[in-house]
Design a protein around this ligand. Structure first.
Ligand SMILES: Nc1nc2c(c(=O)[nH]1)N[C@H]1C(S)=C(S)[C@@H](COP(=O)(O)O)O[C@H]1N2
Ligand SMILES: [Mo]
Length: 418
C-alpha cells in the first residue's frame, strides 16, 4: 500500500508547480488558494487532488463486466476446470469453421497444443512489452482508469499457430459460462495485429496491470489489450483466438449500436473546482484530458453566466471566450500502487531519465489546471474542452456519441459573499 500522504505531497507539488509558474501573481494566488494546506489541516480540495494519481490504483479502477455469475466469482475448483487460474489457463488459436483460415499448427485444447501459462511466461522472457494506456468505455463519460499494462504481443502467439493463408480477421473470446447468450467477443483486422504504425503500441495478450499479475476481477489470468481502442476491444478472461477469412467484425458491442471501429476520442473533464467562491476571488480549477486518436494540443475553459442562457444556435460554445488552461508536466511519481518507478523498457519512456520522450503520451491522460480570475457575484457555468492536434475543438471532429463520448463537460459555479 502506498502512503496516502506521499500521494498528497505529489499532487500538491504538481499543483504548486503550476501556480508558481505563473510568477509573482501566481505565488500570491497560491498562498491564498485552497490548495495550499494551512498548518497540519489538509484542505478539502487538496484531499480531492490527493486522489488524482496519474496511474489508477487497482481498487479505484472501474470495471465493466458481464456474466451471470461473473466468471471470476466461481469457486476455485470450477475456475481450475474452466482455465481461469494461471496454472489451468489455456489459450486456443484455431481456424474459423465458417470461414476457414489455413493454420499448420492450430493451438487447441483438443489436440493438447493450446498455449498455457508456462508457455506465455516463456515468451514473456524475450517478448514482454509495457506501455501506459487509459481504459475507457465507449459509453462512459470519463475514463475507467489509467494503467501501466504488460503483455506479450498477440502476433507472437498467432505465429505459433503457423497461419499460411486465408486470414483476414482475428476474432477473440472471453470465458462466458458456456452460455451462448453470455458470449463476449471482439475482433480486429489481421493487419492491425501483425503490424504497428510508427510509434503505435502492439496489441497485447496482457497479464499485468501496474506491475502486478491480473487477478480475475481485472480480467485475468490474461486479457486482450488494444491500445488505441475503447474498452470493449480489450476482452477479459481470454480463452480463444479464432483466425477467420471473414472480412467482417463480430463484436458483441455492435449489438448495442456502438461504432466498433472507433479510436479513442480526445476530450476533457473537470475534476475539481470550488462550488462557491467570493466575488473577486481567484478560482483554482483542475481537470483531466484524454489523449485520443487526434492528439491533444490544448485544454481550454470558459465561464459563462447562467442568465441569459447561451444562444441555442451555438450548442458547442464555439463563440465563447475560451481561455487556455495549463497542461501539467509528466508526474514525478506515477502512483497507481506501482512498486517503484516505471519499469525499464516501458514504451514512450526514456530508459536513462525515466521520463516520457514526448508529452502527452498517446492513448493516455494528462492533468490540467487553471487559475481563473475572480468574478462578480452571480451564477455561472464552467466548461472545458480540448483542441486536438489538427486544431479541432471538442466535440469535433467526431461528435457522434456511439463512437465514444466527448461532449463538453460543464459544472455550475456560484460567486457570492459568504
Ligand atoms: N469478457 C469480457 N471482457 C470485457 C467485458 C466483458 O463484459 N466481458 N467488458 C468490456 C468493456 S465494455 C470494457 S469498457 C472493458 C472495461 O475494462 P475494465 O473492466 O478492466 O475496466 O472491458 C471489456 N472486456
Ligand atoms: Mo465498455
Amino acid at each position: 500500500m502506498p502512503d496516502p500522504h506521499a500521494v498528497l505531497t505529489v499532487h500538491k507539488s504538481i499543483s504548486r508547480r503550476y501556480f508558481l509558474n505563473l510568477g509573482v501573481a501566481g505565488a500570491a494566488a497560491w498562498a491564498l488558494s485552497p490548495l495550499a494546506a494551512r498548518g497540519d489541516e489538509p484542505d478539502p480540495l487538496a484531499v480531492e487532488l490527493a486522489k488524482l494519481e496519474y496511474l489508477t490504483k487497482w481498487d479505484d479502477f472501474q470495471l465493466v463486466e458481464r456474466g451471470d455469475p461473473l466468471p471470476y466469482t466461481h469457486p476455485l475448483e470450477k475456475l481450475q476446470e474452466v482455465g481461469l487460474t494461471r496454472e489451468s489457463w489455456k489459450l486456443e488459436v484455431v481456424s474459423d469453421p465458417e470461414f476457414p483460415a489455413k493454420l499448420e499448427h492450430p493451438l487447441s485444447r483438443e489436440a493438447g497444443t493450446a498455449l498455457d501459462w508456462t508457455g506465455l511466461m516463456k515468451l514473456a522472457e524475450t517478448k514482454a512489452v509495457r506501455y501506459l494506456k487509459v481504459m475507457t468505455c465507449n459509453n462512459g463519460v470519463s475514463p475507467l482508469g489509467m494503467g501501466l499494462w504488460e503483455g506479450v504481443p498477440l502476433r507472437d502467439v498467432i505465429w505459433l499457430a503457423k497461419p499460411t493463408e486465408n486470414v483476414r480477421r482475428v476474432f477473440y473470446y472471453g470465458y462466458h459460462n458456456d452460455a451462448p447468450k453470455q458470449i463476449f467477443r471482439s475482433s480486429l483486422p489481421i493487419g492491425r495485429v501483425l503490424e504497428d504504425p510508427p510509434g503505435e503500441y502492439p496489441v497485447l495478450l496482457c497479464y499485468k496491470l501496474n506491475g502486478e499479475f491480473l487477478d480475475g476481477k481485472r480480467g485475468g489470468p490474461v486479457r486482450m489489450l488494444v491500445p488505441e481502442a475503447y474498452g470493449f476491444k480489450s476482452v477479459k478472461w481470454l480463452i480463444r483466438v479464432v483466425l477467420t477469412n471473414s472480412p467482417f467484425g463480430n463484436d458483441t458491442y455492435a449489438n448495442g449500436n456502438n461504432d466498433v471501429d472507433s479510436g479513442l476520442k480526445t476530450n476533457a473533464r473537470l475534476l475539481s473546482r470550488p462550488f462557491k467562491v467570493k466575488p473577486g476571488q481567484a478560482i483554482p480549477v483542475t481537470g483531466l484530458a484524454q489523449v485520443g486518436t487526434s492528439g491533444l494540443q490544448k485544454v481550454q475553459y470558459v465561464i459563462t453566466p447562467q442568465e441569459p442562457a447561451w444562444p441555442a444556435d451555438d450548442p458547442w460554445f464555439t463563440k465563447a471566450d475560451w481561455k487556455d488552461a495549463q497542461v501539467l508536466a509528466p508526474p514525478e511519481q506515477w502512483g497507481g500502487g506501482l512498486p517503484g518507478p516505471l519499469p525499464s523498457g516501458t514504451l514512450g519512456i526514456d530508459p536513462q531519465s525515466g521520463k516520457p520522450t514526448t508529452w502527452p503520451l498517446r492513448h493516455s491522460i494528462v492533468h490540467w489546471a487553471a487559475l481563473v480570475p475572480g468574478l462578480p457575484a452571480g451564477k455561472y457555468d464552467l466548461r472545458c474542452r480540448t483542441i486536438d492536434t489538427a486544431g479541432h475543438a471538442q466535440p469535433m471532429p467526431r461528435p457522434f456519441l456511439k463512437s465514444g463520448g466527448n461532449a463538453i463537460h460543464s459544472l455550475p459555479l456560484i460567486v457570492e459573499e459568504a
